[in-house]
Design a protein around this ligand. Structure first.
Ligand code: UDP
Ligand code: MN
Length: 315
């Protein structure tokens, strides 16, 4: 007898493409799912957005981690979601987004997969709410607790994400910020004593943008959101990227960040504990002085995100 099996299952999704022969990505999935299952207090439906090879590889990995951790195999159901067919279905929209939000210097993020989250209502049409997570994560908390943040959404909140924890949007908005020295956009999230007094004063309570490594998505609200749909147009994207002089390069989170500039109420902000980002690239590329104002999270860590290929320490 096991109480856990009588709870309603939670829907989670992972994107897992180009996985064949990509042993680094496979190892990440192993660590993400292994840690996820160890702390989960509800049965899970894992939607794997992948291809046939990838689904086969993922199924094997997930069965192995369940066996290794002596977990009841009934806790987890795997659902295959074909990315191949979907890429051709959304090709036109993705090309449009890529035109504005992919930078030649960062081709990694121009793969269509980095835009899948906008179309989650078409990828996972039968779901109400889903948590979409990167695979470069380690879970230390109960995913049911993360899921309970859906209950805190306001009527206008379509999705929930934690803030970006680096000055990447400070960089992408540098021209705009020069022209608008009092703007909070791209600034660090809370008052801090780091940096010199003038900078701190000008940019306190800034908006550093969102990170899409962990996304709570209300599928129904996404489908019905006129605001989000309005951003899928050539003229809108032209005006917006010109207005903010915005040179994106990180895929979906660039557009979410742009939407949030004008419509903050579309987004629920998750605590940093649910997406603690380890990437320190910007610290060593011109932003040493400001870096620590962004890279803060003084909470108990529940999901650690080894973004930009940063190894996640054992503990
Ligand atoms: N991903 C994938 N295949 C790839 C690259 C990425 O399936 O070849 C998925 C995977 O779920 C990954 C997510 O896309 O976690 C986002 O990529 P990544 O985590 O590398 O970006 P970062 O967090 O470093 O910006
Ligand atoms: Mn990631």
């Amino acid at each position: 007898e096991n109480d856990l099996l009588y709870r309603p299952p939670l829907d989670l999704a992972f994107i897992f493409t180009h996985a064949k022969d990509n042993f680094a990505l496979q190892a990440k999935l192993r660590s993400a799912v292994g840690s996820l299952l160890q702390h989960a207090s509800a049965p899970l439906r894992l939607h794997l957005i992948t291809d046939e090879d990838g689904f086969h590889i993922a199924s094997e990995i997930i069965t192995q981690v369940q066996t290794a951790n002596q977990l009841d195999l009934r806790y987890v159901k795997l659902v295959y979601v074909s990315a191949d067919d979907f890429v051709s279905e959304i090709r036109e929209s993705v090309d449009l987004l890529r035109k504005f939000l992919s930078h030649r210097s960062n081709a990694y993020y121009s793969d269509p997969l980095f835009f899948f989250s906008f179309f989650l209502h078409r990828l996972l049409p039968g779901l109400d709410r889903v948590i979409l997570m990167d695979v470069d994560i380690k879970v230390k908390g109960d995913i049911a607790e993360l899921h309970s943040h859906f209950e805190r959404f306001s009527p206008t909140n379509v999705m929930g994400m934690a803030l970006e924890q680096t000055p990447s949007y400070r960089h992408m908005l540098s021209v705009y910020r020069k022209a608008h020295p009092n703007t909070t956009l791209g600034g660090p999230p809370t008052f801090s004593n780091a940096g010199d007094a003038r900078d701190t004063l000008l940019h306190r309570h800034g908006f550093p943008g969102y990170n899409s490594g962990v996304v709570l998505m209300d599928i129904k609200k996404l489908r019905e959101s006129k605001i989000i749909a309005s951003y899928m147009s050539h003229s809108m994207l032209t005006n917006l990227t010109q207005h903010y002089n915005f040179h994106g390069q990180l895929g979906d989170q660039d557009l979410y960040t742009l939407i949030a500039f004008d419509y903050p109420d579309v987004f629920y902000t998750l605590p940093c504990s649910w997406n603690r980002q380890l990437c320190v690239w910007w610290r060593d590329h011109g932003y040493k002085k400001f870096f620590n104002e962004y890279w803060v999270c003084n909470e108990e860590l529940k999901i650690i995100h080894g973004n930009c290929k940063t190894p996640i320490p054992e503990d």
